[in-house]
Write a protein that binds this ligand. Sequence first.
Ligand SMILES: [Mn+2]
Length: 314
Amino acid sequence: MSIVQEIHQKIKTYSRIIIHRHIRPDPDAYGSQNGLAEIIKASYPDKEVLVVGEEEASLTFLAKMEQIADEDFTEALVIVCDTANQERISDQRYNKGKELIKIDHHPVVDAYGDIQWVDVQASSTSEMIYHFFKELQDEGIHMTDKAASLIYCGIVGDTGRFLFPSTTERTFQYASELVGYDFDRSYIYEEMYKTSANIARLKGYILQNITISDVGVSYIQLTKEILDKFEVMPSETSSIVGILGDIDGIKAWAIFVEEEHVIRVRLRSKGPIINQVAALYEGGGHPLAAGAKIHEWNEVEAVVADLEKVCQLS
Ligand SMILES: [Mn+2]
């Protein structure tokens, strides 16, 4: 029995299924969580399928979360999508269920769950959810227009609109099948990529202040003072990390963002493996896209020096 079939068997066994995803959600977190929920609901109308986690205002166009009681977890099957480690699971009651399933495409840093389906070749967890449907469509699993739109959105989000190297032939294959369903692609793109004037101005600031080292490292420090000046919240900066990627001569870069009690480090690369650098600073992630944390501005130098090292070697 394949892992997908194993998960299907579990789903069949339970009458209540609760689906989680990671904190600070992105379109893939919402897309995989709610895409899977829609698929299960369409395939098993008698089952109760609940989605939980903090609401993210920019993603409520995709789905609304449910408020559920602690007791609802007893006798429930819990599935966690797109979340590599337990501390990043949104709604920490995930372990109050009867059984736990992890579905994820990040490298394994924390092997949790009674069943773990991890596919690091997948562009996104949403791509895995589509695969789940494909493998089981002859066994009573149905796709809907709503589920297709959610999954498509997740794939688009995690592949940077099919731009990142994680985009494979399979990704395009699935995407081409997904766009055959009835949903409004223009609306999705509009919602996903609209930028506030404040963010646009902050991007302008970053582009005006680029430095590039001899080996191709670039970094920028967004202090509280700078964020306040542009009236941008730290959480809003996730959408700007990619902007240095097009610049000639930059191989790897870091954006340091001052938050309440921590300085978040967003790392990206066009080749050198940078999740090993992230791992040195309380972080992790994909080989070319990772995140970490530092606690003082004077640690920036060390992170940049480590980035220099991996760029030098590549
Ligand atoms: Mn993802």
